[in-house]
Design a protein around this ligand. Structure first.
Ligand code: GRF
Length: 202
């Protein structure tokens, strides 16, 4: 893809993404809107999946991006769920798999299928506050700063290589929702930067 800006031609490598979500998908929506605005030339989301009937799938379907649901509760084991998830993912070709609020650990067969190609955002300054309740845990710990991180997914819980992270102050008046809202704004910006970096390296 070539764009002409300031009289100069810039080439952008095509980069295809699949995204997995569990919830409202506000970070997914921010990514898709950034693509719509032309902020990530060459980047395309080719599939969005969820482990439940996630409200956020609509952000993809209204843009005619294929969606799929592989309900975790529909399978007798994580391994069987992982097999079904992998089959759904394999229906699309993509360069990176983005976990954008997927509230499940990915099974081994999915991790093995996409080595070094799965990216996760996390609402804390990793390695601080890993796990599913990072914002609540930071508030409970009484810290004055937490943060946002983008990591490469490894088999453990939020312990893969850190690709980007930024500090965010905790305010005395913060509720979990208010703090998480400010963190997500930073998560979204960090993810766009990481995607641009990864695109350069393709
Ligand atoms: C983000 O903070 C993400 O890091 C965490 O879940 C949140 C996703 O929110 N794992 P949303 O569904 O995109 O609004």
């Amino acid at each position: 893809m070539t764009l002409v800006a300031d009289g100069e031609a810039h080439s952008f490598k095509p980069m295809k993404l699949a995204v997995l979500i569990s919830g409202t998908g506000s970070n997914l929506e921010a990514l898709l809107s950034a693509i719509d605005r032309g902020e990530l030339p060459g980047v395309e989301v080719v599939a969005v999946g969820a482990d439940r009937e996630a409200e956020g799938l609509q952000h993809a379907s209204i843009r005619d991006i294929p969606t799929f649901t592989v309900p975790f509760r529909g399978y007798s084991s994580r391994t069987h769920w992982g097999e079904a998830l992998l089959e759904a993912l394999r229906a699309s070709e993509f360069d990176y798999l983005i976990l954008s609020g997927l509230m499940r650990l990915l099974p081994k067969q999915v991790l093995d299928a996409y080595p070094n190609r799965i990216i996760n955002t996390h609402p804390a300054y990793l390695p601080e506050f890993p796990g599913a309740h990072a914002v609540r845990d930071a508030l409970a710990a009484g810290v004055t700063e937490t943060g946002a991180s983008v990591i490469e997914v490894a088999p453990g819980v939020d312990d893969g290589p850190i690709l980007a992270r930024e500090r965010i102050p905790v305010l005395a008046s913060d509720t979990e929702e208010a703090l998480h809202g400010r963190i997500k704004i930073v998560e979204r910006r960090l993810l766009l930067q990481v995607l641009k970096d990864l695109q350069e390296k393709l």
